[in-house]
Design a protein around this ligand. Structure first.
Ligand code: ATP
Ligand code: MG
Length: 374
């Protein structure tokens, strides 16, 4: 799987970009604030139908522009294909095209260009709040499982509505009558999310542990374990059982929810624990250990994508290499010998030798890619 060409019109700080890429390592170089991350964001958008830095699509349009047009020529499922998204200012919905044919939703485009993104915030993901770790699970599962994507969208909508009821039921007591219905549906959809997450974490745990062992020269043992609604003792249990356990948890917390005005129960509170040699990484891990573990986690994500889809996902490394010391850089670079990779970076240094270079300056490409070294 690879992206051969990207065409942008009116996207972020790009008025117009036409760029070709090589199947191996593509280095995107440029000073700060020139548009390197914006370029990766465009690739991600064509891959997932979402922007990773914002929920507001309007922010993706170049300031003052009426529309943004993104087109990627990709090689996927054994043939060349074209993905295109046109976003409009105001309320007009986006238009999506697959191979020139208009599609109603992102469904048909989903999975054609899978990407694994690794950015500096990901290096801290094991130290930060649970939301960052949920995002990591969500972004992987939304790409791998269309059913998960649909369930998550519905769950988030229900959560928003239930939260609004809980916030305001004292003013409008009749609203509280709708809570049982919300709870039931949230238990049903929540059970779907938990099932997918539990299965994914089994694979992620196994694979991350292997990378981490290799990385630490066999010295450290890293384990991930899923933490979800406390009444669920086996998150791999059948869906109906999960649903039942969520309903029990909701019932036990109903009063607390009404009193606090917040939705306290459900998989929107999920997390996973990371244990290094039987000690919590979050509480006690050193900075180096946390980074190493985060790298292992990302490499594991890439491997799971490859096993699952049969194709190597495109790896997007936004500024991470410059955050790593030489030993960790080497570990990452040694692991990415296969597949297509986009690496953004400010310094040229030794990195320029590893791939074709695209230089970005103020939303423009100023030099055609060099031929990569053999
Ligand atoms: P760094 O090395 O600091 O990470 P970068 O090259 O990755 O920099 P980007 O984040 O890609 O930089 O681009 C940032 C620039 O894009 C900023 O100058 C910002 O003002 C501009 N920008 C962001 N959104 C828009 C938009 N909608 N329209 C026009 N310009 C935008
Ligand atoms: Mg950047």
């Amino acid at each position: 799987m690879r992206l051969d060409r990207l065409r942008l019109r009116g996207f972020r700080n790009y008025r117009e970009l036409d760029a070709d890429f090589v199947p191996g390592v593509n280095l995107i170089l440029g000073d700060n604030a020139q548009g390197k991350t914006n370029l990766l964001e465009a690739i991600c958008y064509l891959s997932t139908g979402r922007a990773f830095r914002t929920r507001k699509e309007a922010e993706l349009l170049r300031f003052g522009a009426d529309f943004a047009d993104l087109e990627g020529e990709i090689f996927s499922q054994g043939r060349e294909q074209t993905l295109r998204a046109v976003l409009f200012a105001g309320k007009r919905p986006r238009q999506l095209y697959l191979n020139g044919v208009k599609e109603k939703s992102f469904g048909k485009l989903q999975g054609l260009l899978t990407t694994v993104l690794f950015c500096p915030e990901d290096l801290l993901v094991l130290k930060s709040g649970a939301a960052a770790r949920r995002r990591l699970l969500d972004s992987a599962l939304c790409q791998l499982r269309p059913g998960y994507d649909r369930a998550l969208t519905e769950y988030n909508r229900l959560l928003e509505q239930k939260s609004a009821i809980l916030r305001q039921w004292k003013e409008y007591p009749a609203w509280a009558d709708a809570l049982p219905e919300f709870n039931l549906r949230m238990a049903q959809v929540g059970a779907v999310l938990i099932g997918y997450r539990a299965n994914y974490l089994v694979k992620l745990d196994r694979c991350t542990a292997r990378y981490h062992r290799e990385f630490s020269g066999g010295a450290e043992d890293l384990r991930l374990s899923y933490k979800t609604v406390s009444t669920i003792d086996n998150p791999l249990a059948p869906r109906q059982e999960l649903e039942q356990r969520i309903l029990e948890h909701q019932e036990a917390h109903l009063r607390a929810e009404l009193e606090s005005g917040q939705c306290l129960t459900g998989p929107h509170k999920d997390d996973f624990d990371v244990v290094l040699d039987e000690i919590s990484l979050k509480a006690f891990g050193s900075q180096g250990q946390t980074r190493t573990a985060a790298i292992s986690l990302k490499l594991a994500e890439r491997e799971i994508f490859r096993d699952d889809t049969g194709e190597e996902p495109v790896l997007l490394l936004d500024d991470v290499l410059s955050e790593l010391d030489a030993r960790r850089q080497d570990f990452v670079l040694n692991q990415i010998k296969t597949g297509q990779v986009f690496i953004t970076c400010c310094e040229t240094d030794r990195l320029t030798e590893i791939g074709a270079v695209t230089i970005i300056q103020n939303g423009k490409k100023i030099q055609a890619p060099l031929v990569p070294p053999v």
